[in-house]
Design a protein around this ligand. Structure first.
Ligand SMILES: [Zn+2]
Length: 259
């Protein structure tokens, strides 16, 4: 099977426990015996964020699966060239490790995550295209479209076309987004909501277009990368708050991108 290493911890002197987000089976936790030895059957394929092909002996009664073989498909080693891109990639691992349930496959999200890591690596390696040592684009923006894909895939699709209370279509001006209902609420309906925040028109419109682009099978990146920085910044903030609201805490690796 094919998987991405999203968490690694030491189990003993010689073995490791790896959390994998696999394309076929969703998240799995597996024991890699000998995974800490220099000359192990896994070589360096068990490092965080490696994209591997692997063989598992699956346990049916819960508990850890046993990883018997693993070989590297992609290592994304170029990420190390840029701190922001690398932090973004760690956030991808954190989100997948925390949000996806065990044995719940999401192949579309898996492909979206690999695409995001490839783009982050490309940004990290874009020599000569940087200003003041920063990539031309903000790696956090690339995360925005992955975060939206994650929300859509896991059943938290934000409703941004009309009011979730009375279906009144959102038109001009700022609108309120209710975190508990996961959508926009009109002035009349927002009184019933706890936890809402105002979204400027450019923010909810951009987010709505991104959701539509992702649902049409794209990744939304083409749309986002040409939009205004002020709108992107607002979408980043709103999405960070929405993710935090659902999980009850802010993703640990989201702090680095605060402006
Ligand atoms: Zn309403």
């Amino acid at each position: 099977m094919e998987g991405l290493v999203v968490r690694v911890s030491d189990w003993s002197e010689t073995s490791r426990i790896v959390t994998l987000f696999t394309r076929e089976h969703g998240k799995l936790r597996a024991l890699a015996k000998g995974g800490r030895r220099l000359r192990s059957p896994f070589e360096s394929s068990l490092d965080l964020l490696n994209h591997d092909r692997m063989v598992l002996i699956r346990k049916t009664s819960g508990g850890l699966h046993l990883l018997t073989e693993s070989s590297q498909i992609t290592r994304f080693s170029g990420l190390a060239k840029d701190y922001q891109a690398l932090s973004g990639a760690y956030l991808v691992a954190e989100l997948l490790g925390d949000w996806v349930e065990e044995n719940d496959p999401h192949p579309g999200l898996f492909d979206a995550a690999i695409g995001c890591l490839k783009d982050l690596e490309q940004a990290a390696c874009a020599d000569g295209e940087t200003e003041k040592g920063m990539p031309k684009w903000n790696p956090r923006d690339r995360l925005v479209v992955l975060e939206l894909a994650l929300l859509i895939d896991l059943g938290y699709r934000p409703e941004l076309t009309g009011c979730v209370g009375c279906a009144k279509k959102a038109e001009k001006g700022s609108a309120a987004f209710a975190f508990g209902s996961g959508g926009l609420v009109c002035r009349g309906c927002r009184l019933d909501q706890r936890g809402w925040r105002e979204l400027p028109e450019r923010c909810w419109k951009l987010a709505r277009n991104l959701v539509a682009a992702i649902e049409l099978g794209g990744n939304g990146w083409a749309e986002l990368s040409v939009s205004e920085e002020s709108a992107r910044r607002e979408v980043r903030r709103w999405l960070g708050e929405y993710l935090s609201w659902i999980r009850g805490r802010r993703p640990r690796l989201m702090g680095w991108q605060e402006e």
